[in-house]
Design a protein around this ligand. Structure first.
Ligand code: 0GY
Length: 295
């Protein structure tokens, strides 16, 4: 079947990089299966199924220990596939949901019980219709008392317009994929400079140094042009960075990512054992499993 984008890699390589014990894939998805958890009628794309069993097998294959599963737009605000995966994870997965402004406190409590610790606001125009700020403000006010955070997904040209809204959010805020910079522009230029300023001046902001496979403009799998961007973020904000595979990579058209190679990207952007431990273990544990941190 032609999904309009590639199905995930059938046989990813074994990475050379050995992740530290307890490493977290902090950005991945489960899709369907569509016959059990139907895709949202308002979706902008139909994914291939990406069921939880495949995600657990990938985690083990890559030498990782835990997952943070992020609700994707193809499931809209129907979080059943996400909750089903969290229920099946033996506590080794946490979630980021999508909710509507009229979500009740009982629904939020049930999501919390299942392991959800955040909501996602998506501003990428090809993925969603425009979200009114007042509804997002209402949602963030509802989730703040639970200690949840907001995950934001946007592209770099939108940041100037969204900056003040983002900094007004009352919770921790996690930026997907470094705010999708144009990596053909200079890492010390104005566009990425605004993102770095957002991180520097707002201590409640975190960043996922993820998706070199989406950001690269060079040949498949090298991701050389993304390294300076991700490395700058890791070295500037070592205690507020996360990493993830983005499996099963919705809407990837240029190439089929090999997750083994995505793991091998890590030591190029986090170049010491200490930075790697923060990126893969300490930071995601603080955000998603704080109750398991000793002491
Ligand atoms: C990602 C990226 C994409 C899709 C979504 O929610 C989504 O549908 O986030 C994308 O197409 O760039 O992080 O999964």
């Amino acid at each position: 079947m032609d999904f309009g984008w590639r199905v995930y890699h059938p046989n990813p390589s074994k990475p050379a990089f050995v992740a530290p014990p307890g490493a977290v894939d902090a950005h991945c998805h489960v899709f369907g299966p569509g016959d059990i958890f139907p895709y949202a009628p308002e979706r902008k794309y139909t994914p291939c199924d990406g069921p939880k069993e495949k995600l657990w097998a990938l985690r083990d294959h890559l030498g990782l220990s835990r997952n943070v599963i992020v609700q994707a737009t193809c499931h809209g605000a129907d979080n059943r596939a996400l909750v089903d995966a969290l229920d099946d994870s033996n506590g080794l997965a946490r979630g980021v949901a999508t909710v509507k402004r009229d979500v009740s406190s009982e629904e939020l409590q049930a999501l919390h019980q299942a392991g959800v610790r955040g909501v996602r606001f998506n501003f990428v125009k090809r993925l969603v219709d425009k979200l009114p700020f007042d509804s997002l403000e209402e949602i963030s006010a509802k989730i703040a008392p639970l200690g949840w955070h907001v995950v934001i997904y946007f592209e770099a040209p939108e940041l100037p317009e969204l900056y003040d809204f983002f900094t007004s959010l009352p919770t921790d805020v996690v930026v997907d994929h470094m705010g999708r910079p144009d990596v053909a522009k200079p890492v010390d230029g104005d566009e990425f400079g605004l993102f770095l300023r957002l991180m520097r001046e707002n201590q409640n902001f975190w960043c996922k140094v993820s998706c070199p496979e989406r950001l690269t403009q060079k040949s498949e799998y090298s991701y050389d042009d993304v390294v300076p961007f991700a490395r700058t973020v890791v070295e500037s904000f070592p205690d507020r960075v996360l990493w993830g595979t983005d499996w099963p990579h919705p809407n990837m058209k240029s190439h089929t990512p090999d997750e083994g190679m995505l793991v091998d990207f890590i030591p190029r952007i986090a170049t010491t054992a200490e930075l790697q431990r923060k990126l893969l273990v300490d930071n995601p544990m603080r955000l998603y499993w704080p109750e398991e941190i000793p002491g």
